[in-house]
Design a protein around this ligand. Structure first.
Ligand code: MG
Length: 213
């Protein structure tokens, strides 16, 4: 069972906007708040957003990292995630994360106790980015799971497209960055509502973990 990170396991929407606003404030030399950002900034390439704000210089990586680190400290793991991952492990279901974040950022976002419940983490530096299927296929290869036996839970169109391309069942999260209709159009077989029993829902959908029947 594979998961996207942002908008699926961690509630990072506001933090992404805060990092952009913080970097823009520093780069432009005047106050830029989250409310000043163009619509859709959390899902738009940062270069494009910064250009729209009037900043056309190079992105200083140290400055970007500082803005991101500060904003990231406000990020919470969704409340149902730790229980869900523990239940999946108890049911002997292999788990992985496939994210566009770098490995360093994953460690900023996820507390060690949650990270320990994930069997494999595929990051930005490991494979061609989604919507290419490479990251999902790499994770499944490491887990020894066939694509046809896997699901990928994501919150962006690119997640659904990557799953389709990998031969993995695409499942949408309704608690992430995109609305359910967008995910359905992009190929999600189901878009899960916000749930306190994520593991139970996933296990009943996939049949995974039903042993001895
Ligand atoms: Mg996401």
């Amino acid at each position: 069972m594979l998961f996207d990170l942002d908008g699926v396991l961690v509630d990072s929407h506001h933090a992404q906007l805060a990092a952009l606003a913080g970097f823009a404030t520093s780069a432009l030399g005047h106050r830029v708040t989250v409310a000043d950002l163009p619509a859709g900034a959390a899902t738009t390439p940062r270069e494009q957003t910064l250009t729209e704000l009037g900043y056309t210089g190079a992105i200083d990586q140290d400055g970007w990292a500082a803005a991101t680190a500060t904003a990231t400290l406000t990020v919470e793991v969704f409340p149902f995630v730790a229980d869900a991952l523990a239940a999946l492990r108890a049911a002997d279901v292999a788990t992985g994360i496939v994210t566009l974040r770098s490995r360093q950022r994953v460690e900023w976002l996820l507390p060690p106790g949650v990270l320990d419940l994930i069997d494999v983490v595929v990051c930005y530096e490991d494979a061609a980015p989604k919507p290419a299927p490479d990251g999902l296929l790499l994770a499944l290869d490491k887990l020894g799971v066939a694509p046809g036996d896997a699901v990928f839970i994501g919150d962006m169109e690119s997640d659904m497209h990557a799953a389709r391309a990998a031969g993995v069942t695409p499942i949408g999260s309704a608690w992430g960055f995109s609305d359910p209709a967008t995910l359905t159009r992009a190929g999600a077989v189901v878009v899960l509502p916000h749930t306190d029993d994520l593991a139970g829902t996933l296990l009943s959908l996939t049949g995974a973990g039903r042993r001895g029947t």
